[in-house]
Design a protein around this ligand. Structure first.
Ligand SMILES: Nc1ncnc2c1ncn2[C@@H]1O[C@H](COP(=O)(O)OP(=O)(O)OP(=O)(O)O)[C@@H](O)[C@H]1O
Ligand SMILES: [Mg+2]
Length: 595
């Protein structure tokens, strides 16, 4: 239960709503416990008047008596109606305060989690699954809400109503009270047990359902692969089995649920029965009146719902506690990469230095860069070439400070990247990542993503630089075309250029392109490089590629191998060296000629 303590700050924040809500719960219950007393009075009076009525047989007073009883019943009936209405009004207020408070807390909590998601380092996302992270924000938060809202409301209701009813009962007859109240905790316990059973079963069903959905989803999105590998039958068999398991569990659950309500009614019936039996016996002895029996029956009725909700509330609190534990675990994960206290926010000119950097990915133990040193002067054009897995993208990741190296330092303008304000550093570097990620939004918004205050002209210029104009003009709604989930409507090369345009819009002094032109044809590549030639004139440009660009004269070309520099120099120097670069160059020109 300790986990739920972290919610107290929210209760403090909404203390007035909470207190008011608790007051409303109490007031609404007050209107619930007055009616039994009135009913008892009326019944007792009617009973004694009936006796008198018979005694007045044959006298003129008899009709007076008649109208007296009628008025008694009428007025008290109206009073009961008024009380019921008042109870309803206060129940409405109770929900408006406590349930609304729980919704506000839910909103705050989601924001807190989301803000934390944004701050966490890249490494965290490599080790946690998206589904799990989504769950914490939706499922877990809504389970916690069941505690901050309904659980608190029902518990208070139970406590207040129990005190009021039991006090009312004790005033009538302590012995009868004990007989009637003692079995009630048994009812609560059995409901708790059945509830847990139902919960366990529905959890299982939930996970089966999510398996089923995943299978269905994968077969829809991977339909082409399934068909081309002729796996329709296997997929269908797998799906049928998952769906059969789900069916069995669902039927099993409905069986348990079917027992739930009849069992509850049985307990209620038994309690009523003993009230009438024992009460009747006491009434015959003259210890209580007949009206008292009716009063008792109403008290029992009032108590039944809150008592049967104990089991329900208890399991609700347990679940909330487990969910809050998961949320706390997440919130207590500290971001590993944060801005220092006196962070630097200078505009970056573009000098970059890697000083004996060694970097190992923690969770795989793969050393992506070993003792890597590199100096790039402001305004230089540098190419980083290497085989797949040689560590090229890692250089980009370290420059953007997605990770911190274990040894050595990365410096921009002579200042370690660790000393910069993290967000400032990232806004200063235009980065076109290798993985072209687009949002299911319009082309315009996807390009403008990097700068919210960019004008339409800026966006169009960026699209022009990335040679996207013709492609966009060919689309039905131009810039306003919505490109589908992750940009499914675009070709691989179009996506790459969208990502490039998005980076170019930033107009930063450092441009970092990671395989940005690998999926475009030579003509398009030529046009883009020509555009960039002028645009990037005095700015630092780093091109990560596995293909040599002969159109550009790089100030420096680095050949990376297993996280280390194998060769470096200008094109002419490397050709003269006649090593890996020269071999790659020859291979590339030969294949180009044979095509
Ligand atoms: N997030 C990661 N977690 C663990 N290991 C990683 C991660 N990213 C890359 N690696 C490993 O680090 C090494 C270098 O990867 P990197 O992405 O820098 O290669 P690359 O040169 O960009 O390759 P490619 O040309 O295929 O993009 C590889 O061996 C890779 O398996
Ligand atoms: Mg890469």
């Amino acid at each position: 239960m300790g986990n739920l303590g972290s919610l107290n700050k929210y209760f403090v924040r909404y203390k007035w709503r909470l207190l008011l809500g608790l007051a409303f719960v109490s007031i609404s219950n007050l209107f619930a416990v007055i009616p039994p007393v009135i009913i008892r009075n009326v019944l007792d009076q009617v009973q004694s008047n009936i006796d008198t009525y018979h005694m007045l047989d044959g006298t003129a007073l008899k009709s007076d008596m008649n109208s007296y009883v009628f008025k008694l019943v009428l007025w008290n009936g109206l009073l009961l109606l008024g009380l019921a209405l008042m109870r309803g009004v206060f129940m409405f207020f109770m929900r408006q305060t406590i349930i609304v408070m729980s919704r506000l807390i839910e909103y705050d909590q989601k924001n807190e989690i989301y803000t934390h998601y944004q701050e966490l380092h890249t490494h965290f996302y490599k080790t946690h699954f998206t589904g799990d992270l989504m769950n914490r924000m939706s499922e877990d938060v809504s389970r916690v809400r069941m505690y901050t809202g309904p659980a608190i409301m029902y518990s208070t209701n139970l406590i207040v109503l129990s005190i009021m009813c039991i006090w009312g009962m004790l005033r009538v007859n302590p012995l009868l009270t004990i007989y009637v109240v003692v079995p009630l905790p048994l009812l609560a316990l059995s409901i708790y047990i059945v509830n847990r059973l139902i919960f366990k079963k529905s959890e299982k069903i939930q996970s089966q359902l999510s398996d089923l959905t995943t299978t269905a989803q994968e077969s829809y999105s991977g339909i082409r692969v399934i068909k081309s590998f002729v796996q329709e039958h296997n997929m269908l068999r797998f799906f049928t089995k998952t769906s059969e398991d789900y069916r069995k569990s669902a039927i099993n659950l409905s069986l348990t649920e079917a027992i739930y309500f009849p069992a509850m009614n049985l307990f209620i019936g038994l309690s009523m029965l003993s009230t009438v039996l024992i009460g009747g016996y006491l009434a015959i002895q003259g210890k209580i009146s007949a009206g008292n029996i009716a009063e008792f029956v109403i008290y029992i009725n009032l108590l039944m719902f809150p008592i049967s909700s104990i089991g329900w509330v208890a399991s609700m609190i347990q679940r909330a506690s487990a969910s809050q534990k998961r949320i706390n675990e997440f919130l207590h994960t500290k971001p590993e990469i944060v801005s220092p206290a006196d962070a630097i926010k200078n505009e970056v000119k573009g000098e970059i230095r890697f000083d004996k950097v060694t970097f190992t990915f923690q969770h795989t133990g793969i050393t992506a860069l070993k003792d890597f040193s590199l100096h790039i002067k402001s305004g230089d054009r540098v190419a980083i070439i290497g085989r797949t897995g040689s560590g090229k993208s890692t250089i980009a990741q370290l420059l953007l400070r997605m990770y911190d190296p274990q040894q050595g330092a990365v410096l921009v303008d002579g200042v370690p990247v660790k000393n910069y304000d993290l967000q400032h550093l990232r806004t200063q570097i235009a980065y076109a990542p290798q993985e072209a990620f687009l949002f299911s939004d319009s082309i315009f918004n996807n390009i403008r993503f990097s700068g919210k205050d960019a004008t339409e002209r800026d966006v169009k210029h960026a699209a022009h630089l990335a040679d996207l104009e013709k492609d966009i003009a060919g689309l039905p709604k131009g810039y306003e075309t919505v490109i589908g989930e992750r940009g499914v409507m675009l070709s691989g090369g179009q996506k790459q250029r969208m990502v490039l345009a998005r980076a170019l819009l930033k107009n930063s002094n450092i441009l970092l392109m990671d395989e940005s032109l690998s999926a475009v044809d030579t003509q398009t590549e030529k046009r883009i490089l020509e555009n960039l030639n002028t645009y990037q004139k005095d700015k630092t440009t780093i091109v990560i590629t596995h293909r040599i660009f002969t159109l550009w004269n790089f100030d420096k070309i680095i050949v990376l191998d297993h996280g280390q520099i194998a060769e470096q120099g200008t094109h002419a120097e490397l050709m003269q060296l006649n090593g890996k670069y020269a071999a790659l160059y020859r291979h590339q020109t030969e294949t180009a000629e044979s095509n």
